[in-house]
Design a binder for this molecule. Structure first.
Ligand SMILES: [Zn+2]
Ligand SMILES: [Zn+2]
Length: 245
């Protein structure tokens, strides 16, 4: 976006630190301009890396995740972001949230980073990536690689922007990439006592699909109230998994 122009849903005030916030100091990066095309995914990933003490060049990240369609649409899929973060030695999961607001809260208050795959604007079907940079009772702030740092979105507005528009959209809806420091430890659900495995096998390609960071998923049992997700997506082939044995 050009300097001085603000999207309609951004207010001028910046967020005050939430009382219980644990994710702080995510440095903002604007996405690259032409000829790199749509680099919001790479910008979001570079912001997350920097916040975890892993500085990286957005241009290099983009060239690594752009994929086969580099010369056509110059976009990237959520699973490619997770694949890249896993290759950097982090925990990363792509999931469709069953209770999106609760998922954001769980990640925020445990320090897991979140890259949201939402639509660019309320009137646009285009997919876009932003980084969760502030969370409060009824609003969030996202570092939007196109629109600027601390883009304020009310809860209702975010949840609508995070769903496909009528008539088709590039996004699936309520999909996010959760990223945190590496954690492969066994984890027991506080609610039902079941063990939450660190990963499951992909039903299509057989590669491992991470179920970490656990804060983003809660439990893996379908009937447990602590479960926060509908599907996790394979970081290699994008295939969805809904059941964990
Ligand atoms: Zn459980
Ligand atoms: Zn797969």
């Amino acid at each position: 976006m050009s300097a001085g122009r603000r999207p309609a849903d951004t207010e001028k005030r910046l967020p005050t630190p939430s009382r219980n916030s644990t994710v702080t100091g995510i440095p903002y990066q604007q996405q690259l301009s032409a000829p790199y095309g749509r680099t919001c995914g790479a910008a979001a990933l570079a912001m997350v890396y920097a916040s975890l003490g892993l500085p990286d060049c957005q241009k290099a990240v983009w060239s690594q995740i752009a994929g086969e369609d580099k010369d056509v649409r110059r976009t990237t899929g959520s699973f490619r972001l997770a694949r890249h973060a896993l290759d950097r030695g982090l925990s990363a999961a792509v999931l469709q949230a069953a209770r999106p607001w609760d998922t954001l809260a769980s990640c925020w208050f445990t320090g897991a980073r979140v890259i949201l795959n939402h639509r660019l604007r309320p009137d646009s079907p285009l997919g876009h990536f932003s980084v969760l940079a502030g969370f409060d009772d009824d609003e969030v702030f996202v570092h939007d690689p196109q629109f600027g740092p601390f883009r304020r979105l009310t809860r209702d507005r975010l949840l609508r922007l995070w769903l496909p528009s009528a008539g088709g959209s590039e996004i699936v809806g309520h999909v996010l990439v959760a990223i945190a420091s590496r954690d492969d430890q066994p984890n027991r659900c506080d609610s039902c006592g079941a063990m939450v495995p660190a990963q499951v096998g992909c039903g299509r390609c057989g590669n491992l699909v991470p179920l970490r960071p656990v804060a983003a998923l809660g439990c893996s049992k379908r009937d447990c109230g602590a479960r926060l997700w509908k599907y996790v997506f394979c970081p290699c082939c994008d295939f969805p998994t809904g059941e964990v044995e």
